[in-house]
Design a protein around this ligand. Structure first.
Ligand SMILES: C[S@@+](CC[C@H](N)C(=O)[O-])C[C@H]1O[C@@H](n2cnc3c(N)ncnc32)[C@H](O)[C@@H]1O
Ligand SMILES: [Mg+2]
Length: 391
C-alpha cells in the first residue's frame, strides 16, 4: 500500500509511516473507497482485484448487495486462514442470507499470466500494483489484462511522483517500486494502452495535496478505463480454457437464490408474523362464528407498519382458531412487508414454499399452528381465558 510516506499505511510491504502529511481518511482507504463508490455507482457484479495484498478491498466489497463474484490474484498469495476468515460468510451470513449469490476466490499467480477464469469480469482493479512490475512484466501486463481478461472496466492506481517532494526523503515511496511516474508518464502509458485495446480512459486520483501545493496533483493517481462497446461485442469469440493460477481460498455464501436458505428465511419471517398475530389474537379472543373463533379486536401488530399497510391487513381475511389450532390465511400473511418482498407478492409461491416446512389447512389457504404452545400457555395461565372455553 501507499507507501512509507503516506500516513497510516497498512501495507505490509512498506516502511513504517512518517506521518508528515496526514490524509483523512488515510490514503489507502481513500483508494478502497474510490473503488467501492465505483462498484455502487455502476452496480458491478463480477470484480477481480489483482495484487490484492491483505484482501481488505475484497473484504469491503463483499458487503455490496450487487456483488456476486469476487476474485483476488496475488503473486504472494498464501493459503491463509486469516484472510479467509474475514472473507468467509460467518454465522451472520447463514442467519441473514444475502439476496444474491456471492462466491469469493483467491488465486496465487502473476498478473502477467493468462488464466481464462479471469475473463468476462465487469471490473478489474490494480491498486498500487503496476509500480511493482519490472519492465518486462509491465510490457506484458496490458496484453493480459486489457487484451485477454478484457473486463468492462479497469481501475489502475499508482503513485504520482510529482507529489513526492512533499515527502521528506527523495527516494521511491517503497523499496519494491520499480518506477514512480509523474502524471504525464502515467497518462501517456494509459492512453496508449487504451488506444491499443479499445478502452477510453479518465484520470483522477485520491489524497489531496496540501493548500498551496495544488499544482502537484493527487498523491495517488488513478486511471479509470472503460471498454468501448464495439470491443465488448467482438470479445465473445471463445478461447480455450487455460487454468494457470492456483486456488488458495474459495467460499460461497448462503443466499436467497438457494432453495434451502430461501425456505428458511421465508419460514422465519412467516412465523414471526404469525406469532405477532397470534399473541394479539389471544388478547382479543372473544367471538364465535360457527366452529371458528374470530377476534373481536384487531390482530394487526402496530409496529413497523405504515398506516396503509395496517389498513390493507385489516381488510384481508382474518386469522381464526378452530379447537386448539390457529390459522393465518395466506392472503393475510402475504401483506406483511418482509414476507411480501420475499415472494414478490406471489401467494402461489408463498403456498408452495411454506408447504415444505409448515402445516397448511386442508384447502391450503392458511398456515396452521398450535394456538397453545408453551408461551401461550403461560399467557393463559397468567391472565387469559382458556381457548377451550371460547371455542
Ligand atoms: C503495494 S501492494 C498493494 C496491495 C493492495 N492492492 C492494496 O492496495 O492494499 C502490491 C501487491 O501486488 C502484489 N504483486 C506484485 N507483483 C505481482 C504480480 N506480478 N502478480 C500479482 N500480484 C503481484 C504483491 O504481492 C502485493 O500484494
Ligand atoms: Mg506500491
Amino acid at each position: 500500500m501507499e507507501e512509507n510516506k503516506e500516513s497510516n499505511s497498512m501495507d505490509n510491504c512498506e516502511f513504517p509511516s512518517k506521518k508528515v502529511i496526514e490524509f483523512k481518511p488515510p490514503v489507502y482507504e481513500q483508494r478502497y473507497y474510490f473503488v467501492k463508490n465505483l462498484v455502487n455507482q455502476h452496480g458491478l457484479k463480477k470484480i477481480a482485484d489483482l495484487g490484492y495484498g491483505d484482501a481488505t478491498l475484497l473484504w469491503m466489497l463483499k458487503y455490496h448487495r450487487c456483488v456476486e463474484c469476487l476474485v483476488g490474484v496475488d503473486i504472494a498469495a498464501q493459503p491463509f486462514e486469516w484472510g479467509g476468515g474475514r472473507l468467509s460468510p460467518g454465522v451472520g451470513g447463514f442467519i441473514i442470507p444475502r439476496e444474491l449469490d456471492l462466491t469469493i476466490t483467491l488465486y496465487r499467480g502473476s498478473v502477467v499470466q493468462k488464466d481464462s477464469r479471469l475473463r468476462g469480469f465487469d471490473l478489474i482493479t490494480c491498486i498500487e500494483l503496476i509500480e511493482h512490475l519490472d519492465s518486462e512484466d509491465l510490457a506484458k501486463f496490458p496484453e493480459v489484462v486489457f487484451g485477454y481478461f478484457s473486463p468492462g472496466m479497469v481501475v489502475i492506481s499508482t503513485p504520482n511522483s510529482e507529489f513526492n517532494p512533499l515527502f521528506p526523503a527523495s527516494t521511491f515511496r517503497n523499496p519494491d517500486h520499480r518506477f514512480e511516474w509523474d502524471r504525464k508518464q502515467f497518462q501517456t502509458w494509459a492512453l496508449d494502452v487504451g488506444k491499443l485495446y479499445s478502452y477510453s480512459v479518465e484520470f483522477t486520483g485520491v489524497g489531496d495535496p496540501p493548500a498551496g501545493a495544488e499544482h502537484v496533483g493527487y498523491c495517488t493517481q488513478i486511471g479509470v478505463f472503460q471498454k468501448n462497446i464495439a470491443k465488448a461485442t467482438g470479445s465473445s469469440i471463445s478461447e480455450p480454457e487455460e487454468h494457470v493460477y492456483e486456488v488458495v481460498y474459495r467460499t460461497s455464501y448462503p443466499s436467497l437464490q438457494q432453495r434451502k436458505y430461501f425456505r428458511f428465511t421465508l419460514s422465519i419471517e412467516a412465523v414471526k408474523a404469525i406469532d405477532l398475530m397470534k399473541s394479539r389474537f389471544l388478547r382479543g379472543l372473544r367471538k364465535k362464528e360457527g366452529d371458528r373463533v374470530v377476534p373481536l379486536g384487531s390482530c394487526t401488530p402496530q409496529h413497523g407498519l405504515t398506516e396503509a399497510q395496517r389498513a390493507e391487513i385489516e381488510q384481508s381475511p382474518k386469522p381464526y382458531s378452530v379447537g386448539e389450532n390457529f390459522y393465518v390465511p395466506l392472503e393475510r400473511l402475504i401483506i406483511y412487508p418482509k414476507v411480501n418482498h420475499l415472494v414478490a407478492g406471489n401467494v402461489e409461491k408463498l403456498r408452495t414454499v411454506l408447504a415444505e416446512g409448515l402445516r397448511l389447512n386442508q384447502d391450503q389457504t392458511a398456515v396452521r399452528v398450535e394456538l397453545v404452545d408453551y408461551n401461550t400457555q403461560r399467557l393463559f395461565d397468567e391472565h387469559l381465558v382458556s381457548p377451550a372455553l371460547e371455542s
